[in-house]
Design a protein around this ligand. Structure first.
Ligand code: AQP
Length: 340
């Protein structure tokens, strides 16, 4: 079976973008793949975190996975820092990746902002750790939102360079002509990039200071209703064709959210709501969002407080992940010529 790996950062405010862009796909892929889903706490500390909040967020993301339908018995759910092989392989990849490659990463530029000299080295090297997360399991498929596309391409470049640089040794040690697969991003669907509810040009994000910019998985029905009603729109009625959404980013975003939540195409949604004003559409969107997210939010809150259960899931997941990671890392060390 092909292997899926993906991660979510425990940085608070899990939102509809994380859910539709990533977690929904995590659930679907369980039917066809062996899946490994990780709470990436080592990534979270690339920017400052408060220790108690970080701990609570790690449990919250774990709870969100399970509440959304990820099965931690059939598949693997764990916390990154509990499997030290990620950090070890990341160091090796720091020595494979080129500075020029990392200099091109747009997420670093956005997150570091103007004060780049003061950004952590970890924020800069983030994509090497992400490549290690995926490749320490030799995962073949990675479900992510569109914002992660560039990092995935870098992971493929690292895998390819490693395979080429050590090609002879890889073959001599019996691994064939490539040790690492080139991981495929899975980014399709109407919600691969969910935008802010306040500004159709910005992606929905955990760190946006306005809570009205996003729907959080933990929001209750009243809050969801308020946020959808206040969501920015334009004065035109909804179009009847998908082409009519061009240059109308807020309308396109809301239609995309509706279609993703309802498992429909955007055209299906426009067939139903095209020609009408936003208020009827928004009411239907509130009902749909509450119906889909309400039970997940409630289950998430319940699970999150059961810290014994969550911590057991993470420990069990880490020990199963470690079996795979350790074996692959040992092979990498042999390829490099380390003495074990
Ligand atoms: N707006 C989005 N639309 C679709 N997918 C998204 N993802 C994030 N935002 C959107 C996807 O969610 C997964 C987990 O993301 P993450 O927590 O690892 O990191 P992030 O991309 O940094 O999340 P945020 O919300 O954007 O946080 P900040 O505000 O800190 O930058 C990933 O698969 C991601 O693609």
């Amino acid at each position: 079976k092909e292997r899926v790996f993906s991660g979510v950062q425990p940085t608070g405010n899990l939102h509809l973008g994380n859910y539709l862009g990533a977690i929904v796909k995590f659930v679907e892929l369980q039917k066809t793949h062996d899946c490994i889903y990780c709470v990436v706490d080592l990534h979270a500390i690339t920017v400052p975190q408060k220790p108690e909040e970080l701990k609570s967020s790690i449990r919250e993301v774990t709870a969100a996975f399970i509440a959304s339908g990820v099965d931690p018995k059939q598949h693997i759910v764990f916390n990154q820092s509990q499997v030290c092989e990620h950090a070890e392989l990341a160091w090796i990849f720091n020595c494979v990746a080129r500075i020029g490659w990392l200099n091109r990463m747009t997420q670093f530029k956005e997150k570091a902002g103007k004060d780049r000299e003061n950004a952590s080295v970890g924020l800069y090297a983030y994509p090497c750790l992400m490549a290690a997360d995926i490749l320490v399991y030799r995962a073949t498929h990675v479900p992510v939102g569109e914002d992660q596309k560039q990092h995935l391409e870098l992971a493929r470049d690292i895998a390819q360079k490693f395979n080429l640089d050590f090609g002879e040794r890889i073959a001599a040690l019996g691994h064939g002509d490539a040790f690492f697969p080139l991981p495929e991003p899975l980014i399709q669907g109407p919600a691969a990039r969910v935008m802010s509810l306040r500004d159709g040009a910005k992606k929905m994000s955990k760190s946006d200071p306005s809570d009205y910019s996003r729907i959080n998985l933990a929001d209750d029905a009243d809050i969801i209703a308020q946020k959808v009603r206040k969501a920015k729109t334009d004065p035109e009625p909804l179009p009847s064709e998908v082409e009519g959404l061009a240059k109308r980013p807020e309308a396109e975003n809301l239609v995309g959210i509706f279609s993703a939540l309802n498992g429909q195409t955007k055209l299906d949604v426009l067939r139903q709501f095209g020609g009408g004003n936003f208020s009827a559409f928004k009411s239907a969107l509130v009902d749909l969002a509450v119906a889909k997210l309400g039970p997940i939010g409630a289950e998430m809150k319940r699970l999150k407080d059961d810290t014994d259960y969550i911590d057991k899931v993470l420990l069990d997941g880490a020990s199963r992940a470690k079996v795979i990671a350790r074996e692959n890392l040992a092979a990498v060390k042999d390829i490099l010529g380390f003495v074990r």
